[in-house]
Design a protein. Structure first.
Length: 551
């Protein structure tokens, strides 16, 4: 979905028609006279991975609170804390209002200071462009934009009242954002192409309409009454058999019409208003991303605020880059490489599955920071996620900081092995809680029965609701496996036949510079006399397992 001069849209259309993602080519830039390979997305088996300096890179990250990156002095004591938590990447905003305080006058001192600090602490950055929209609203637009509402018009509600949302139906709005974002990426190309401290950029933040499903400004009303654009209809016809099921059903119910107004093609209702707005939001975001990539072709994505059960368009940030609208975004936003979920709900695995489909790679740029980091293990193993990032990570209390630190220590050890096995069918993830206490996985010749630690009568329990536990399993060879995570009891059975399965060896250990260093040999009480593998729920750990069959 990256647009690479005039040939890229045609290539993307061909790939999407085949149900394949449109990935970055081997992008290069000239820096100091030498060609430098840029960060890019590469397919490995069924996975899509980020490569930095031509090596696969797993994003083990945290996102800063919205205002934390507005002051270098405020950030000063935060950097060492992030380093100690074993992060390798920080997600932080770049604010349009501070980047361009006066029209056409750019101040890159904050961006430069952040990059310099990240390098000092050996951290990569994913920049979040807080441009026209942040959580639907336009609160990060510069003062000179906000106060000139004739030139930079707002969206309007059903009663015609202006909203704190810049309308996507204004060329002046779009062009102002495009110029600022292109200036940012041009500056990054000049100052960071060789170091590649910045590895990816998020375009806008949680785009969406609320509390109405669509903009009711004059230009919006005229567009809604007009015909569905021919390029959108051409995309739908070419990809008719590969559309997201929710979207396909809407089109089917209206007779798969190939022309007409928005309501002719999709029917009358809030769902059509959302599709209409998604087309225009995505087109606007595409213009921003396309201009940025012309200066510096980093991977770029759009993130989504998710939908509470039973909510209708307008009750949530409607028309954003959501799974049921992925085809609208793909058709209108070729320069956006993928869409990503900000997950704050308990049904974490369900949202992972919704975004990990139709060739869309999974990246979780924002997650509730009180959630268990078992989520991260599950996402990178079960859904080949590029990375995981709790929100406002600098604000965690001591207990939560230690939880992230322990989990990320293990993830960083495992990162080379995870990246090696993503997309190859030799790795899986597990996520268990009070509602789902058991699951079964098959790898190679064996069946693995995973149970929540609290399902074992001998487990030590804490007060309150049972915690979320989970982890991952990687098949090293026919009979050797790595199992890592927290709070798991694992038993084994043959995939076929009537033989029994025994534990040949079970070792705790660590990975040092990518090599396994065994520690304690686990047997006796620690393996329930050779009957199971146990990862205690009060820590994150790694165990290497070898199995055998007997009769």
């Amino acid at each position: 979905m990256i647009m690479l001069r005039f040939t890229k849209p045609m290539l993307c259309a061909c790939l999407l028609a085949l149900g394949l993602p449109c990935l970055s080519p081997l992008a290069q830039t000239k820096n100091g006279g030498a060609a430098v390979d840029l960060p890019r997305l590469v397919k490995q088996g069924t996975a899509i991975q980020l490569r930095v300096h031509d090596r696969p890179f797993l994003i083990i990250a945290g996102e800063l609170g919205n205002s934390s990156a507005s002051s270098l002095e405020y950030l000063r004591p935060i950097w060492p804390k992030l380093e100690k938590m074993h992060l390798n990447t920080v997600l932080l905003p770049v604010y349009w209002e501070l980047l361009e305080p006066a029209e056409g006058k750019f101040d890159f001192s904050l961006v430069d200071g952040v990059i310099e600090s990240a390098r000092k602490y050996n951290l990569k950055l994913v920049l979040l462009w807080f441009g026209t929209w942040k959580n639907s609203m336009s609160c990060y637009a510069p003062y000179w934009v906000k106060t000139d509402w004739n030139r930079f018009p707002r969206a309007r509600d059903k009663d015609g009242q202006a909203m704190e949302i810049l309308t996507p139906f204004s060329e002046d709005n779009r062009n102002a954002d495009v110029r600022a974002f292109a200036a940012l990426t041009k500056h990054l190309q000049r100052t960071d192409a060789r170091e590649q401290t910045v590895v990816m950029i998020q375009v806008e933040n949680e785009i969406g309409m609320i509390p109405d499903a669509r903009d009711h400004s004059q230009k919006a009303n005229e567009a809604y009454a007009g015909l569905v654009p021919e390029e959108f209809m051409a995309y739908l016809q070419k990809n008719k058999n590969n559309l997201a099921p929710e979207f396909s059903e809407i089109w089917r119910q209206n007779g798969y019409k190939t022309s007409g107004t928005w309501e002719d093609v999709f029917g009358k209702g809030l769902h059509t208003e959302e599709i209409f707005m998604a087309w225009h939001f995505a087109g606007y975001a595409n213009s921003v991303a396309e201009a940025g990539k012309k200066e510096y072709a980093l991977p770029m994505y759009a993130n989504a605020a998710l939908i509470r059960p039973g909510y209708q368009p307008g009750q949530y940030p409607s028309a954003g880059p959501l799974p049921h609208l992925i085809d609208v975004w793909r058709a209108a936003a070729l320069a956006i490489d993928f869409i990503a979920p900000d997950i704050y709900f308990r049904n974490f695995s369900e949202w992972c599955a919704k975004f990990d489909r139709s060739g869309n790679p999974l990246f979780i740029p924002e997650a509730q920071n009180s959630q268990s980091l078992a989520n991260a293990f599950f996402a990178v193993a079960q859904h080949n996620a590029m990375g995981y990032s709790p929100f406002s990570i600098e604000s965690l209390d001591a207990d939560r900081t230690q939880h992230v630190t322990d989990a990320y220590d293990v993830l960083r050890q495992l990162a080379p092995l995870i990246l090696e096995h993503q997309g190859k069918g030799t790795m899986a993830g597990v996520l268990l809680d009070d509602a789902n206490q058991k699951t079964q996985l098959q790898l190679g010749d064996f069946v693995f029965n995973f149970a929540h630690e609290y399902s074992w009568s001998y487990a030590i329990r804490s007060e309150g609701e049972p915690p979320r536990f989970g982890g991952l399993i990687i098949m090293l060879s026919r009979d050797e496996f790595i199992i890592a995570g927290t709070g798991l009891i694992v038993t084994f059975a043959p995939r076929s036949g009537d033989a029994a399965v025994g534990i040949a060896s079970l070792d705790e250990g660590v990975f040092a510079e990518g090599k396994w260093v065994p520690g304690r040999r686990v047997n006796g009480d620690q393996s329930h006399q050779g009957r199971h593998l146990h990862l205690p729920g009060n820590a994150f750990g790694i165990q290497k397992l070898r199995l055998y069959l007997y009769k």
